[in-house]
Design a protein around this ligand. Structure first.
Ligand code: MN
Length: 438
């Protein structure tokens, strides 16, 4: 696990002035994205956010400013995706973070060398941060699992395996998009409980899922296991993840093999990846109630118990077409925190590789919907609307049970704590378009 070091010092400031104001991206954060300048015919490459600017890592790589492992990392980050950088592992990435932190500090002698590599974030567009070879979605909120379980199986909401293994399914990466994604309402087969036969048509119970996305760092070979003590060596960082879900399609198709077309039509990630190292000040303990089983030894370690969790505040908003038309502010739907997760990131990747499954740099692990313990902390509409029975009042007077065409969902995440710098993830925004029936 990466420890708190000089890069997290709350007193650090940057010569990039906007990083010292209220920003998601102070010098203690330094998240990665893939970007290019808007409207320019140029290659995508890696960048690091600092205040309202992005530091162009390809310019730095060509600048003869750094050497050794830092230069190797910069060259990897100059490619059109971050997979090679992710695969370098935690130690090299930590060296890059330290070098960038020093170079961006208020008193740095490298200011004049770095200034030409800054681009205003208003002038860039994002690409996918990496090629996502494989995508796995977990189900780590026991509050979500219990609430959903009650709707689908009132007598038996939480299945007996839930407290022993991190439940997940293999998803599909082809339709994962970057913030700004707009997608047609899915069409599929559904069956109303009182209908004798299913029918085919646009989804009527379209939902979002408030999740975190974990990116795999250093790859493993087939047959290679990941010990929980080393698990975070194989995690690069975290983004916000909206895992769109078609609840009516899900209800009809999910047994016996799990989610399929209800989950594969779109999923949206935030563009900035906050590294595991940046999150070091925001670790939380992993505890289980005495009445629950403790994890089996391969999913248990002292460090995981002390600080395996992540204290990340999550919030979710809706902006409807009417809000856009009438210049009304978006309406908050819920807020939650990743620390409520029943399983930690280390447990997820250790479990995933425990059968010998090869993990590849850039693979995405969805956390599952991060609902908290109270009803207001639910991370999906199916929970907030109590299974579609109780409409939610929006701030402009509209109501929602499930999503309508033109609705945008906005998710934000941030970490704050006394004695540490507040860091943010930016946001992920995506919009539902009318169904494509042609
Ligand atoms: Mn999900």
């Amino acid at each position: 696990m990466l420890m708190i070091n000089e890069t997290h010092d709350v007193n650090l400031t940057s010569w990039v002035e906007s990083a010292n104001q209220q920003s998601d991206f102070p010098i203690q954060n330094l998240p990665f994205a893939i970007f290019k300048r808007k409207g320019q015919n140029e290659a995508f490459r890696g960048g690091v956010a600092i205040g309202d600017q992005v530091l162009d890592l390809a310019v730095l790589a060509n600048g003869n400013i750094f050497s050794g492992g830092v230069q190797v990392a910069l060259e990897a980050a100059s490619q059109t995706s971050l997979n090679a950088l992710m695969d370098l592992g935690a130690e090299t990435n930590s060296a890059l973070r330290l070098a960038l932190s020093k170079a961006l500090r208020s008193d740095s002698e490298l200011q004049s060398a770095l200034e030409p590599a800054l681009i205003d974030q208003q002038d860039i567009e994002f690409g996918m941060p990496c090629v996502i070879g494989d995508y796995t979605d977990f189900y780590t909120s026991i509050y979500h699992a219990t609430a959903i379980g009650k709707l689908f199986r009132p007598d038996n909401p939480l299945l007996p395996n839930y407290k022993w293994i991190p439940i997940g399914y293999h998803g599909r990466s082809s339709t994962i998009g970057i913030s700004g994604q707009a997608f047609p309402r899915p069409v599929g087969q559904t069956k109303a409980p009182d209908a004798t036969e299913p029918s085919f048509g646009p989804c009527k119970r379209l939902d979002y899922e408030l999740e975190m996305g974990l990116f795999v760092g250093k790859s493993t070979e087939l047959g290679e296991l990941i010990k929980i003590e080393n698990a975070e060596q194989h995690l690069f960082g975290v983004c916000i993840f909206n895992d769109w879900s078609a609840r009516d399609i899900q209800a009809w198709e999910y047994q016996p093999l799990g989610p399929f077309l209800a989950k594969s039509f779109a999923s949206t990630i935030s563009p900035w990846i906050v590294t595991m190292e940046a999150l070091a000040p925001y670790r939380s303990s992993f505890t289980r109630p005495d009445s629950d089983p403790q994890p089996l030894p391969h999913l248990n370690s002292e460090q995981n118990s002390q600080s395996g969790g992540l204290d990340i505040n999550l919030s979710c908003f809706i902006e409807t077409q009417a809000m856009r038309d009438n210049n009304q502010p978006m309406s908050q739907l819920s807020q939650s925190n990743f620390k409520y997760s029943y399983w930690t990131p280390a447990q997820l990747i250790t479990h995933h590789a425990s059968n010998g499954c090869a993990m590849r740099a850039g693979d995405l692990l969805g956390s599952g919907t991060q609902s908290g313990p109270t009803a207001e902390e639910a991370g999906s509409l199916i929970e907030l609307s109590k299974g579609g029975k109780s409409p939610i009042a929006l701030t402009n007077g509209e109501q929602r049970v499930f999503l309508e065409d033109g609705d945008s969902i906005i998710m934000r995440a941030s970490c704050s704590k006394t004695g540490a710098a507040r860091i943010g993830f930016g946001e992920v925004v995506s919009t539902v378009l009318p169904a494509n029936l042609s």
